[in-house]
Design a protein around this ligand. Structure first.
Ligand code: ADP
Ligand code: MG
Length: 727
């Protein structure tokens, strides 16, 4: 039978409407998509136990027939649950799924299943005998047939040695079993012969990676664990290699553009830096030197400045902008994600540059301002948009700071030489590109491309930075300014909740304010899977007001509020009317309320360390001592140990690395935003592999930028780059 790789699945498989929805959800459309849908893990029948051998406390895998499935409600707790029995030839055991009544609907009696989980025991108090054993919330999967003995194959008779079998992430209608058989059908056709290997042979050899065809077979039906691992390694390498090739091409393209040569008089800039009301950190000085060098290399700079909140990125931006502005007629654009940030930077720049005869402007959705002002010699004035556009176009304004308003078509620069993007992750690729293109004039295609400085406070692990920012040079501000007060961070377990509230009450009475971060907006939905008892913003605000802090005004802030409601709440927090603000973690509070010195984080075990660190940064800028209370109700010693790193880690990057090594990349905050597969994310724990993929990509692009010698690779890279631009 011939099955074409790019054929739609419906051409070769009977697919029900429900399965169609599921496949759509899993983003599987073609035969090749299905082959690229990898198992999340592997089961091994060699680890099977018989039911009569199970003991209380064991974690075990059994196979059997399921019977007596039904939904019920807990006797006292009224928790909805499903339960049933699984039997093999040695006995039967009760299985209970608390909070998962839907299990009873997903499976039916007599189905053959695999059960994996922990064995609990129900004690009969009066009798003092050992009670009934049961599986509590085990994993359940359907299987084709029962293994007839330990180490038996599930793969049919032709593959006796297979004790491993793939387990896929399922969706209603598409089970592991279905996926397994569909993939077998494809394997048995001649479809795999059609595969074209994108990775050059010598690279596969060098890193001992299997070919595409072998890797596909190994990943879906491994004979041994090592085969599965090799296959996964290959696909992870492939993905990182492809990303790197795209990034290296972009980097090369940027570097081939004409650049502005900025006369970088280090002495002059040094004097500017010495005017700062503080002593620059060594990290800041190093960053400034690096950037100045970049501006004088004959091609445009593209650099990422990574630094924790408060590490002083604005000062680096200002000092390097200074170097540009002292060159006649050259201009700087500084883009920020929010109006509040733009206004703050505008005010800082006025402070830094007020002694110089230059003009600074602000453009946001709500209007334009300019410094200096004829009427108000010390400060700025409001100007019209038209005025601003004119002065930017004729070059008389040297720095324009603004929000997205900066990239509107009507904003045209005379000589834009330096683009600074703050909190760059908040902008899409195309928005960044539009700002850089601001210099292009329709009648002159040889105009220099501006130097680009992207800044971010999102701590990410080094391997992720090397991969996703492969087109940029990286500078890390890994040092906090001296003398900055540390945020006192405390891990609060349930027993200490009340005494902690009393400490907080004293601060509030002294006039300070507090944030309370909750993991949810609404009451937990009791019908949801495994109803997680997470505190919700609304419920917590009510509880705090009624039971804990009746004397203080409590407000709420979350993503489902309208922008107007949010602004109103923020304004009331800013002017001190609201003393305690309950918010979700996703809401960027966006302003620095310097009087807010306390942050309480509820359900802290549910956040990544780097994310907790960023949340904590909200109370960083005060001159008063700030406090972060990390509330957790977890009983897991490991979770508590993990949270303790918040007190010991030096900076956010260290915490991001810890997240990566302890929780896996899948749980890195914002993992989804990178658009990388789980498999590649897993590979990011492996610095060697990331560096290998990067080195190979750099070498390849250096000799063959267009990948003309590697037509298959070229096509795949192109497709991938195109996809990632649809953000
Ligand atoms: P971020 O890196 O988060 O953007 P900012 O540039 O906003 O940080 O700086 C935070 C605060 O620290 C500002 O008030 C700034 O004036 C101050 N600051 C910056 N560098 C130093 C330094 N070397 N010593 C002391 N304070 C500094
Ligand atoms: Mg900043």
């Amino acid at each position: 039978m011939t099955i074409k790789l790019n054929a739609h699945l419906t051409d070769h498989f009977r697919i029900t409407p429900i399965q169609k929805i599921a496949l759509h959800k899993l983003q599987i459309q073609t035969v090749y998509d299905l082959l690229r849908y990898f198992p999340v893990r592997y089961g091994d029948t060699a680890e099977t136990r018989s039911i009569d051998s199970l003991r209380h406390g064991d974690t075990a895998v059994i196979y059997g027939k399921i019977t007596g499935l039904k939904t019920s409600k807990g006797f006292r707790t009224h928790i909805a649950m499903a339960d049933g029995y699984v039997e093999d030839e040695t006995g039967r055991i009760h299985c209970v799924w608390f909070n998962q009544p839907y299990v009873a609907k997903m499976y039916t009696d007599q189905m053959l299943v695999r059960i994996e989980g922990k064995i609990s025991e129900r004690r009969k108090k009066q009798l003092k005998t050992s009670g009934e054993l049961y599986f509590s919330n085990p994993k359940i999967e359907t299987v084709d047939r029962l293994p007839t003995g330990v180490g038996d194959s599930l793969f049919g008779d032709d593959s006796e040695k297979h004790t491993l079998y793939p387990v896929y992430s399922e969706s209603r209608g598409i089970s592991t079993l279905w996926l397994y058989h569909a993939i077998q059908k494809i394997f048995k056709s001649s479809a795999l012969d059609e595969l074209e290997e994108p990775i050059p042979n010598d690279i596969l050899k060098k890193y001992n990676l299997p070919s595409l065809k072998t890797a596909l077979i190994w990943i879906h039906t491994p004979l041994k664990k090592d085969d599965a691992l090799s296959a996964r390694k290959r696909f992870a390498f492939e993905e990182i290699f492809l990303i790197q090739l795209g990034k290296q091409q972009a980097r090369r393209a940027y570097r081939s553009e004409p650049a502005w040569d900025i006369e970088t008089d280090e002495k002059n800039v040094g004097e500017f830096v010495r005017r700062f009301p503080f002593k620059a950190t060594e990290a800041q000085n190093k960053a400034i030197t690096m950037i100045l060098k970049d501006m004088n290399r004959g091609f445009p700079m593209s650099r990422l400045l990574e630094g924790d909140v408060g590490s002083g990125k604005t000062a680096v931006a200002a000092a390097t902008a200074y170097a540009v502005m002292v060159c006649k007629h050259l201009q700087v654009a500084y883009m920020c994600p929010t109006e509040i940030l733009a206004t703050q930077h505008f005010e800082s720049f006025i402070r830094y540059f007020s002694y110089m005869p230059i003009q600074i402007a602000l453009i946001t959705g709500s209007g334009c301002k300019k410094f200096p002002s004829k009427v108000n010699p010390k400060g700025w004035t409001d100007i019209s948009r038209a005025q601003l556009l004119r002065w930017v176009a004729d070059g008389s304004i040297s720095v324009v700071i603004g929000t997205h308003a900066l990239i509107q078509k009507s904003v045209i620069f005379k000589n834009l030489a330096y683009v600074i993007i703050d909190e760059q992750h908040r902008f899409g690729t195309s928005q960044r590109a539009r700002l850089i293109k601001k210099n292009d004039h329709p009648h002159d295609s040889h105009r220099p491309t501006p130097h680009l400085l992207s800044m971010t406070a999102t701590p990410i692990p080094r391997t992720l930075a090397l991969t996703m920012y492969g087109d940029l040079d990286l500078t890390v501000l890994d040092q906090s300014p001296e003398g900055r007060k540390q945020i006192l961070t405390e891990l609060v377990l349930p027993d200490d909740r009340n005494s902690t509230y009393e400490k907080i009450r004293l601060e509030l009475q002294a006039g300070r304010q507090a944030y309370v971060i909750c993991p949810r907006i609404d009451e937990p939905d009791p019908d949801k899977e495994a109803a997680i008892i997470a505190r919700s913003v609304k419920e917590e605000a009510r509880r705090l007001k009624e039971r804990v802090f009746p004397e203080f005004e409590v407000g709420i802030l979350h993503g489902k509020m309208t922008p107007k409601e949010k602004d109103l709440t923020m304004a009331r927090f800013n002017d001190g009317t609201i003393k305690i603000l309950c918010a979700t973690s996703v809401v960027e509070v966006g302003v620095n309320v310097t009087n807010a010195t306390i942050i309480i984080i509820e359900g802290a075990e549910r956040f990544g360390l780097a994310q907790l660190h960023q949340l904590r940064g909200r109370v960083m800028r005060s001159t008063h001592q700030s406090y972060c209370y990390v509330f957790t109700e977890t009983k897991s010693a490991r979770s508590i140990e993990r949270l303790k790193a918040l007190r010991s880690a030096k900076n956010g990057f260290e915490l991001a690395e810890l997240d990566l090594s302890q929780r896996g990349a899948g749980r890195l905050s914002g993992a989804k935003q990178w658009g990388v597969s789980d498999l590649a994310m897993e590979a990011l724990q492996n610095l060697k592999m990331v560096e290998a993929a990067r080195t190979e990509a750099i070498n390849m692009i250096a000799t063959d930028a267009n990948l003309d010698e590697f037509p298959i690779l070229k096509q795949v890279v192109l497709a991938r780059t195109r996809d990632s631009h649809f953000e």
